[in-house]
Design a protein around this ligand. Structure first.
Ligand SMILES: Cc1cc2nc3c(=O)[nH]c(=O)nc-3n(C[C@H](O)[C@H](O)[C@H](O)COP(=O)(O)O)c2cc1C
Length: 245
């Protein structure tokens, strides 16, 4: 391209990773996933091969998808939750580099998110806060009890769909996983990545007769405090409430 716009575009898209990035400096890649107590009891999820078909024509899923903020008082099954977690962050392959390839794309396959779940109504799971351990396809209990619902709903400016959801997905960024390669530019990629994740949640939810509300209106400091995140290297980027239509 020879015109000015083309040059600008080429300039913006040329760097594959930032010159000043930690990767460029030869620093080791951050772990693929946050640590947890190895003695913790993980709740296994259903493997994708063992799930029902949840068949829905893609065209129909896109056609009927709409934001849903009122839900039936009807729980999700553990199979349905397993499906939604697989659809949003499920790992298909871990390479020797190591890098994860998942059901959603991610810039440089950095996959800088952890999924926390506010579980209110899922069959066989106590209400509370959980973290999805993607490498094990399992749930890590973080905080039991119903009080956490109130705290998270309040941090989301009292949006009732959080309180009333069967489960609310809370996507947390681990900045160093993205910045290691891309430096500051990675801040942009995080938000693009988050959109892909939530879109998969919207579409997958259609196949289990459920609906989603994407949520970006929340008090950052408050929600990070509730989740015990430092707000700098780890912070909430986006949420999605889910419930039966
Ligand atoms: C980035 C983003 C943030 C959003 N945040 C909220 C939110 O905090 N609360 C809410 O009720 N809806 C939220 N929404 C949902 C939009 O309001 C909704 O997508 C829009 O009204 C279009 O409706 P549709 O999804 O049914 O097509 C958000 C959507 C996006 C994409």
């Amino acid at each position: 391209m020879t015109n000015g716009i083309g040059k600008q575009f080429m300039h913006e898209t040329k760097p594959q990773f930032a010159e000043e990035s930690q990767q460029h400096q030869g620093l080791p890649q951050p772990p693929l996933e946050l640590d947890y107590d190895p003695a913790a009891h993980l709740i296994p999820l259903l493997e994708v091969g063992d799930l029902p078909a949840y068949a829905l024509d893609l065209k129909q899923a896109m056609e009927q998808r709409k934001t849903l903020r009122s839900y039936q008082e009807h729980p999700l099954t553990l199979a349905e939750l397993s499906f939604l977690l697989w659809a949003t962050q499920g790992i298909k392959r871990v390479t020797s580099r190591p890098v994860t390839f998942r059901t959603v794309p991610s810039a440089g396959s950095r996959h800088a998110f952890e999924t926390y779940l506010l579980i209110n109504q899922v069959e066989g799971i106590q209400p509370g806060l959980y973290r999805y351990i993607a490498l094990e396809h399992a749930l890590l209990p973080v905080k039991q009890g119903e009080a956490i619902n109130n705290q998270i709903t309040t941090a989301c400016f009292d949006q009732h769909q959080v309180r009333d959801s069967a489960v609310t997905f809370i996507w947390v960024t681990v900045l160093e996983r993205m910045y290691w390669r891309y430096g500051e530019r990675g801040y942009r990629y995080l938000h693009l990545d988050a959109g892909h994740v939530c879109q998969n949640l919207y579409l997958a939810a259609e196949a289990i007769q459920s609906g989603v509300c994407a949520i970006a209106a929340f008090n950052d400091d408050e929600i990070n405090r509730v989740l015990g995140l430092d707000g700098e290297n780890q912070f909430v980027i986006y949420l999605g409430s889910v419930g039966k239509r």
